[in-house]
Write a protein that binds this ligand. Structure first.
Ligand code: ATP
Ligand code: MG
Length: 572
């Protein structure tokens, strides 16, 4: 665009250059609005209905709205869309506030409630009636549906469509005063019963419902419909860009009709984007509710769920979720993302930041026959070789250790580099050991491996005499702490897909949780809820915030270390 075509803007300091580089279509639209002087600032909102816990899809919406406000030096509102009094619960309100604060650490914490605007909404409805653009209908819900027509046939006019303004004002007031039963009257917008967009065929904007609202109590017995309430909420708060998901695209003409009729000085604008979907993952509120009620999961924050609370409890970081959402991108076309991409993001986040600890999940004993009995040596173990800033710690080492069962093979398979009779490996941070013999139980299962060590080979001693191919981790046996470790798999049976097409029930994976007692190095006793670690070779783990006690952490595996995920090729 040539410079002279750009209209002056009101506050140029907040406006990023219109270069389009790496910007999504929403940012490009906003840039244009700012350049054209439609708005002089940016104000977004996240408007959840408090009728359930938020999930990873909502995280996309939160981070998108919040991120845009931040990018443009604008404002972001968390607003509860609590216009529907039947299914809302304060438990959900609290969890949502918590989730938003967690994902957006700089969010100022101010909270808005749509129900605070009921008076204003009523006033606007009256204003629209006075203009002759809304009327009270006596039709039942059934009849309204019948009159609406279909995609191929126009609708029929409501018999009450031409009621006088005076009569409409009187009836609407009486609706408010509780003179009518539920369903007896509605207020309809007078738009166009022949519109090709069914949403524009005189939609209901107020209904009678004698219900107690959790915020406004029994003050109201009429409640606004979503399509009427939402644009007004945006308008009242001075929202500029009302970002929502694609299913509202067909409702946009109605959104625009309402903001026009309400005569907001700076009308908000709706922009739609595609929802985030995860392959083979359950997100539906209805299904999660059932899992919770049937106690198949441990609440809405069960670490196997992709609710934001579940992801947090599992050990995901806000940064990893942001990275994932950024990778998924913002677009107008629907796509499905792999859970493996989310796992990739948390691994990338934790690799340089999580201390790497010694823990053995499936132990066998290793006895170093030539190591002095009764001696415990403290060994210096770096916390993270990729990140020297994390320092080091002392771990005990002695004659008796635990190692992972799969780090020893009585009869090694080809290319096996770990411990087997006659083979020498390094015990991480410590010495070379060579397996000499082993003991088995009555079933032939290995219980103890015997070995000898070479005192010359201590890590950090500068020993260069010979090399070994394998390094294994270990935990000193007498000081080891046993802690509960939970290993997770998808709660859905991936072979079968999320739902059974016949019954509509979820296909559950019976092995979605495995609980083991792990032997851990003693310093892990100090771990606090939400602390995250790498357990060497076994994955990244997070201290459970619900089930851990002081000195007795319970660890959730966030993700294993192995990945089959490949970063998608960069688009040019
Ligand atoms: P319901 O089915 O009960 O309406 P909902 O998931 O749409 O549930 P809302 O509380 O209405 O829940 O959603 C709040 C906001 O989150 C809306 O702006 C909605 O468009 C957005 N949102 C919901 N699901 C997703 C998703 N999968 N991806 C991105 N945004 C989403
Ligand atoms: Mg919704």
């Amino acid at each position: 665009m040539a410079a002279e075509e750009i209209k002056p803007v009101i506050d140029g300091s907040k406006i990023p250059p219109l270069n389009g580089e790496n910007k999504n279509f929403i940012e490009l639209d906003i840039d244009k609005d700012l350049q054209d002087g439609v708005y002089d600032h940016v104000h977004t909102r996240f408007p959840p209905e408090p009728n359930g816990y938020l999930h990873i899809g909502h995280a996309k919406s939160i981070l998108l709205n919040y991120g845009i406000a931040k990018e443009y030096g604008g404002q972001f509102n968390l607003r509860f869309d609590d216009t529907n009094p039947t299914k809302e619960k304060s438990e959900f309100v609290d969890a949502i506030i918590d989730n938003v604060k967690w994902l957006c650490p700089e969010y100022d914490g101010k909270i808005y409630y749509a129900s605070d605007y009921f008076d204003k909404m009523y006033e606007i409805a009256v204003k629209i009636i006075k203009k002759g653009h809304a009327y009270v209908s006596d039709l039942s819900a059934e009849e309204i549906k019948e009159y609406r027509g279909t995609l191929t046939e126009p609708g029929k006019n409501d018999p009450n469509r031409d009621r006088s303004i005076e009569e409409n004002l009187d009836l609407f007031e009486r609706m408010k005063n509780g003179e009518f039963k539920d369903g007896e009257k509605t207020l309809r917008a007078k738009i166009d019963m022949a519109s090709s967009n069914i949403n524009m065929r005189d939609p209901i904007i107020y209904r009678v419902a004698h219900l107690t609202h959790q915020h406004t109590g029994d003050k109201w017995c009429i409640y606004p419909m979503y399509d009427f309430a939402h644009p007004i909420e945006d308008g009242i708060e001075g929202i500029t860009h009302s970002l929502c998901t694609l299913e509202f695209e067909d409702h946009r003409p109605l959104y625009d009709w309402v903001v026009r009729e309400a005569e907001f000085p700076v009308p908000p604008r709706q922009i739609e984007f595609a929802k985030l979907y995860l392959n083979n993952v359950v997100t539906g509120k209805r299904y999660i509710k059932k899992l919770v009620e049937q106690k198949i999961v441990d609440g809405w924050d069960d670490p196997r769920l992709v609710s934001i609370s579940g992801l947090r409890r599992r050990g995901f970081t806000p940064e990893s979720i942001k990275k994932f959402v950024d990778m998924a991108g913002v677009s107008k076309s629907q796509s499905i993302n792999d859970y493996a991409a989310l796992e990739y993001c948390i691994r990338e986040d934790l690799k340089p930041t999580a201390p790497r600890m010694l823990a053995v999940l499936d132990p066998i004993k290793l006895i170093i026959d030539n190591y002095p009995e009764g001696q415990v040596e403290m060994i210096d173990a770096p916390n993270n070789l990729e990140n020297p800033d994390l320092g080091s710690r002392q771990v005990p080492f002695s004659r008796e250790l635990y190692i992972e069962r799969d780090d020893f093979m009585a009869e090694p398979v080809p290319k096996y580099k770990r411990l087997y009779p006659g083979n020498e490996v390094r015990l991480m941070y410590a010495y070379f050991v060579k397996a000499t013999s082993f003991e088995t139980d009555e079933n032939g299962k290995v219980t103890v491996v015997h070995c000898t060590y070479d005192p010359e080979t201590k890590s950090g001693s500068g020993f260069t005499g010979r090399k070994v191919k394998g390094t294994i981790h270990w935990v000193e046996a007498t000081t080891a702490k046993t802690f509960t470790v939970r290993l997770y798999e998808n709660i859905i049976d991936e072979e079968k897909g999320v739902y059974d097409p016949e019954t509509g029930e979820l296909n559950l994976n019976p092995h979605s949780i495995e609980i083991v007692k792990a032997f851990c190095e003693p310093s892990l006793a100090d771990a606090k809820p939400f602390d995250r670690f790498q357990f060497i070779r076994n994955g990244f783990f997070c201290v459970d915030c619900k089930d851990s006690k002081d000195g007795e952490p319970v660890f959730n595996r966030i993700v294993s270390l192995k990945s089959s995920f490949k970063l998608p090729a960069k688009k040019n």
